[in-house]
Design a protein around this ligand. Structure first.
Ligand SMILES: Nc1ncnc2c1ncn2[C@@H]1O[C@H](COP(=O)(O)OP(=O)(O)OP(=O)(O)O)[C@@H](O)[C@H]1O
Ligand SMILES: [Mg+2]
Length: 273
């Protein structure tokens, strides 16, 4: 089961949701999970590992290498093996693996322009490791460039985190439309939107409650599910990333973490259907 977390809007909680959901799937549900950090901002990477650890692997074991960058700059003449880029039991969480990112991924589209099959590099690579995992969760950047295209082609589903204060009523139809276009262009892309999850919700703000109603209506029109579980805005979530650890580990039992646990329960039920 491969799920990409995507929204063209930045800062909506994509990375946070990937990290918490993955950790909870491993710790509470005994699943084996791989996180792929597809974003050159490397936020998922540094939510799970420190800079010193990353520096040891940054030159030859990140998603940039998996996607075929750096050829000619190193000894990698042969096809890269994705298994070399997997950090096992990341953050000392047994059963959680990570393929870290690198800022140079920013130049993927430039480096690979004109290369045939550039959207299916990850698909070919995943054949070498996917069997090991119950879930592969992919943290996408806020765009639909080549890296997220590689993610969508291997994904069964997309989850779209939405903060009810931005303008999702415009962004959501655009996202749906672009994904449909992508599927037409890439015939082996069968990804479906699993649902929208509200994140960073200020429960006491009327504005947020009104916006959620409005987004739910937009989703109904677009035939997209919305998760019942809502993730509240809380410092217990945001401070965790600065300590290179999931909130599930540093702030267990708090409101935000409990909400993510409910979200995972809802997700597992939805996938059973
Ligand atoms: N529930 C929450 N409560 C408080 N802060 C949150 C919550 N979820 C995320 N944040 C904070 O909001 C910021 C953006 O979150 P995150 O990095 O997960 O978003 P993103 O969608 O991945 O952003 P980008 O598009 O830049 O990759 C981060 O500082 C994060 O710690
Ligand atoms: Mg992010």
């Amino acid at each position: 089961m491969v799920i990409s977390f995507i929204n063209m809007k930045g800062g909506v909680g994509k990375t946070t949701t990937v990290v918490e959901v993955a950790t909870i799937l491993v710790k509470e549900h005994k699943k084996s999970v791989l996180i792929i950090d597809m974003d050159p901002q490397t936020n998922a990477t540094f939510s799970l590992m420190g800079i010193k650890e990353w520096e040891k692997i940054k030159d030859n074991a990140t998603i940039a290498d998996v996607l075929g960058m750096n050829k000619g700059f190193s000894s990698r003449d042969k096809e890269y093996d994705i298994n070399n880029a997997i950090v096992e039991n990341v953050c000392n969480i047994e059963g959680l693996d990570l393929i870290p990112s690198h800022i140079e991924l920013t130049f993927l589209d430039l480096d690979l322009s004109g290369q045939a099959g550039r959207e299916i590099i990850l698909q070919n690579q995943l054949k070498k490791c996917a069997k090991k995992y119950d879930f592969i969760l992919i943290d996408c950047p806020p765009n639909l460039t080549l890296a997220p295209q590689n993610a969508l082609i291997v994904s069964n589903y997309i989850i779209v985190p939405v903060v009810p204060e931005f303008f999702p009523s415009i962004g959501l139809p655009l996202l749906v439309n672009r994904i449909e276009q992508l599927k037409k262009r890439l015939p082996n892309c069968n990804v479906e939107i699993l649902g929208v999850v509200f994140t960073k919700v200020k429960r006491t703000t009327n504005n947020h409650i009104e916006r959620m109603d409005s987004v739910r209506r937009t989703c109904e029109e677009l035939k997209i599910e919305t998760f019942q579980t809502v993730i509240p805005e809380t410092v217990k979530i945001s401070e965790a990333a600065t300590r290179n650890k999931p909130a599930y580990i540093v702030n267990p039992g708090t409101d935000g973490v409990n909400s993510y646990m409910n979200l995972v329960n809802e997700l597992l039920l939805l996938l059973e259907d």
